[in-house]
Ligand binder design. Structure first.
Ligand code: ATP
Ligand code: MG
Length: 459
């Protein structure tokens, strides 16, 4: 098991002598297992000391060191970035060894840096065109959503449009929340488009997508000499200066970074990692969460001070199942958007299935259902056969073939699991709600092709 794991695993005994050193670890370090096994750490890695070696430190202090990022040049001259967690191994009160588990994130890091560079290039081009005189107004920037793209006649959606227009006139930070696919990014882009910042950059970053160390460098920027291998690179805060920075899933941002972000908001200055200089930034920050923000605060996922700073204006987007009156309007909108000029209608059966289905993927799922059905369509009306089975299955019991009680049970079971996952937010919580063991739930989820809710854990 250790040999085939993609994580590097390195275990030392009480004396600091290596007892386990798997294949992945040997590849990261560029050493053969026999060069490491049975030897003391400091004999193998002469550049380390009792203090700088994480394994020796943990061996001495007994305190785990979790998710520490490290960039180093290995014995083969290859530059590698890993995320390491180091744990003491104990027998009762006695520390008898230490174990380090490393994940190679070199490729992720390279890609994140490439994206940062491309973003900067794009920004420089935009600025060049902006200052190229009054006629050079043709911008290369992609088209962003505006408030007219927010469809919905329900009272909440009307209120959302009103809030967007109103907040766009101010400089306030904003917090948007809603389940997946409810239109958070749509709303955030609309605020930017309607604001006086519309001519400047709109930069979006998902905070759950990257390991902590990378996210920090990406958001705040890095400076040469700060740490091994760092480049001078502006962070997203600088790239978005003059414009808007959208931090999606901001409750997944580690608390330390949240504190740092709060300081930037308050002082309007940013210091790149490893830099001494502070640079002024003028950026509107909009955050979003998929849970009620106050809940994120209560669960310790979001710092209360950052919450109060951002939630000057809080815009909540209810799930689609709670605003069914928007469905017909959204349908016409998506038929227009994806219908390529064809005049297409929706059969009453499909509309009634749409109105009873509970849309866990919200507006995005509805858009995909319509877009997908258009692909099968020969005539001009979307019928039940054209829409995804999940959407029609649960409601249209009358159309289930005879003797398919098995199918009915299956679809009810699936619906119950989906609901529990949504309510619980994690597999363990959902298992508790359903009153079954987590392993059983995981097995049933696999059968139904269901995925676990997006993880809230941090790398
Ligand atoms: N009220 C709406 N009117 C028109 N289109 C909408 C509306 N709400 C959402 N959409 C469309 O649904 C899709 C998903 O929206 P968006 O990306 O803004 O969701 P999100 O809340 O950011 O989702 P996630 O949390 O998964 O990132 C987009 O194509 C968007 O245009
Ligand atoms: Mg989004």
């Amino acid at each position: 098991m250790l040999e085939v794991a993609s994580e590097g695993i390195h275990v030392v005994n009480e004396q600091g002598v290596t007892v386990v050193y798997n294949k992945a670890a040997s590849e990261f370090d560029g050493l053969l297992p026999e060069e490491v096994l049975g030897k003391h750490i400091l004999d193998v890695f002469p550049s380390l000391t009792h203090d700088s070696s994480t394994l020796l430190r943990v061996l001495r202090n007994g305190v785990p060191e979790i998710a520490k990022q490290q960039t180093f040049t290995n014995y083969k001259g290859k530059k590698i970035t890993t995320i390491n967690s180091t744990y003491p191994i104990t027998d009762g009160d006695k520390i008898i060894g230490a174990c380090e588990i490393s994940t190679d994130i070199t490729r992720i890091k390279e890609m994140a840096e490439r994206i940062a560079d491309l973003r900067q290039e794009l920004r420089i081009k935009e600025c060049a065109e902006d200052t190229g005189g009054p006629r050079a107004s043709a911008k290369i920037s992609r088209k962003l959503f505006t408030v007219d793209d927010i469809v919905g006649q329900s009272a909440v959606m009307r209120e959302v449009r009103r809030q967007v227009v109103q907040v766009a006139r101010t400089q306030s930070n904003v917090l948007v929340w809603g389940e997946t696919g409810t239109g958070k990014e749509l709303v955030v882009q609309s605020i930017h488009s309607a604001s006086e910042r519309a001519g400047s950059a709109f930069v979006a970053q998902n905070c759950a997508a990257l390991p902590e160390g990378l996210l920090e460098g990406l958001v705040f920027g890095t400076s040469k000499g700060g740490f091994t291998g760092a480049q001078d690179r502006p962070g997203l805060l600088e790239l978005a200066s003059g414009g808007t920075l959208y931090l999606d899933e901001i409750d997944s941002m580690p608390l330390g970074l949240q504190a740092k972000l709060l300081r930037v908001i308050q002082e309007k200055r940013v210091r790149r990692l490893g830099d001494v200089r502070e640079r002024p930034v003028d950026v509107r920050i909009i955050g979003s969460t998929s849970v009620l923000p106050r809940q994120a605060v209560e669960q310790g996922l979001m710092r209360p001070d950052l919450y109060f700073r951002l939630a000057v204006v809080e815009i909540g987007l209810p799930p689609l199942r709670k605003r069914q009156e928007d469905i017909p309007l959204l349908c016409s909108h998506f038929l227009r958007k994806h219908g390529k000029g064809r005049n297409i209608s929706i059969s009453p059966e499909v509309m009634s299935a749409f109105l009873t289905y509970d849309w866990p993927g919200n507006v995005r799922e509805l858009e995909h259902a319509i877009e997908g059905s258009l692909a099968f369509l020969r005539g001009n009306t979307i019928e039940l056969v054209h829409i995804p089975p999940t959407v029609r299955g649960i409601t249209a019991t009358t159309t289930l073939s005879k003797g398919s009680i098995r199918n009915q049970l299956k679809s009810h079971e699936k619906a119950a699991i989906e609901e529990a996952l949504r309510q619980g937010g994690s597999v363990s919580q959902a298992a508790r709600i359903l009153g079954i063991p987590r392993q059983t739930l995981q097995y049933r989820m696999k059968i139904h092709g269901l995925k676990a809710p997006r993880s809230r854990s941090r790398g």
